[in-house]
Design a protein around this ligand. Structure first.
Ligand code: R5P
Length: 322
């Protein structure tokens, strides 16, 4: 793809935001926050179910951001994203950025057994081959997934989205708890922002979709606990962690996760856990059954601000300084 180089800086045409169908309201909010309307695009189906995609406006030379979380149905949403990227590439867009608020297939990020794929890498290859020049992702399951791409990746954190929410909760002696060791980095960032302490639950996976929490590292007695994770899938990790912090005498329990996947028994389990509040962002559309149980916080403005920064070649990390 040929691009115009002006001095050391690459220049692209107008900023455009295209929405896939996985989460159109989120894409609309992101576009609004970036100061543009959504570029018209038609996604229909052939009778056999295949996607028929057409970008309905000129994108030639422009700086195009395609917003599509690859949540369930993950294969469908991923394929649609790939086709949208290909359509933009063949229409000679100047630069194509895949904005992936939820990155599906992220859990398989290493070969930890014989004869298993590294699915997160396969997805990265597919997006790059389709023609993505950059990626924007929100709270990746594992930060090292950035390295699966040989194109720039802007990894956004959802902390600014949750910060105000928790300020309003007037937490007493807050303890931010990572429900497993993989979540320590996120929990530490929240502990700093919410002026709280840090604790960690020692979790083991009994099976791929079944977690068992064992011990607590740290003290939560009498504290308001915020259990924070990148995602809630079956809810097993969170519910086990709730049991552990309650066993250790905490006061109130709040749950927060960037991505509310909520599959299988998640809703039932979380309802039974009877916590103060469960908050997720709108990176994934909320299942109807979770509407009365979960507080959804908008991430569109954060995505839009990041899109604007990238378009203007400004710092994205400046969005997270506070
Ligand atoms: C695990 O490493 C992740 O950070 C989440 O804790 C996990 O994927 C959540 O899954 P579930 O809700 O099924 O326990």
């Amino acid at each position: 793809m040929s691009r115009k180089n002006k001095g050391s800086q690459q220049r692209y045409g107008a900023l455009q935001v295209i929405a896939g169908s996985a989460n159109r309201p989120l894409a609309e909010a992101a576009a609004k926050s970036a100061g543009v309307r959504l570029t018209k695009c038609e996604v229909t189906r052939f009778l056999d179910g295949e996607f028929n995609v057409q970008v309905a406006e000129n994108v030639r030379g422009n700086d195009v951001f395609v917003v599509q979380p690859t949540c369930s149905p993950v294969n469908e949403n991923l394929m649609e994203l790939i086709l949208l990227i290909d359509a933009c590439r063949r229409a000679s867009a100047g630069r194509i950025t895949a904005v992936i608020p939820y990155y599906g297939y992220a859990r398989k990020d290493r070969k930890d057994e014989g004869r298993v794929p590294i699915s997160a890498k396969v997805v990265a290859n597919m997006l790059t081959v389709a023609g993505a020049n950059r990626v924007v992702a929100l709270e990746l399951h594992a930060a090292q997934i950035q390295g699966f791409f040989d194109i720039p990746v802007d990894h956004l954190y959802s902390a600014p989205v949750f910060k105000e929410h928790f300020r309003k909760k007037r937490l007493r002696d807050p303890k931010i708890v990572a429900p497993d060791v993989g979540g320590i980095k996120i929990a530490r960032a929240y502990a700093r922002r919410l002026h709280g302490g840090l604790a960690i639950v020692d979790k083991r996976r009994v099976q791929a979709d079944e977690a068992e929490a064992m011990h607590l590292i740290g003290e939560v007695k009498g504290c308001d606990v915020v259990l924070i994770d990148d995602l809630i899938s079956t809810g097993g990790t969170m519910v086990e962690a709730v049991r552990v912090v309650r066993d250790h005498g905490c006061r109130r329990v709040f749950l927060a996760a960037t991505h509310g996947v909520f599959c299988g028994p998640a809703i039932e389990r979380l309802r039974a856990a009877d916590v103060e509040d469960i908050a997720v962002t709108d990176s994934i559309p909320l299942p109807a059954a979770a509407k009365d149980l979960v507080t959804v916080l908008p991430a569109g403005a954060l995505l839009g601000r990041a899109i604007k920064c990238i378009h203007l070649s400004k710092s994205v990390s400046s969005l997270f300084v506070d």
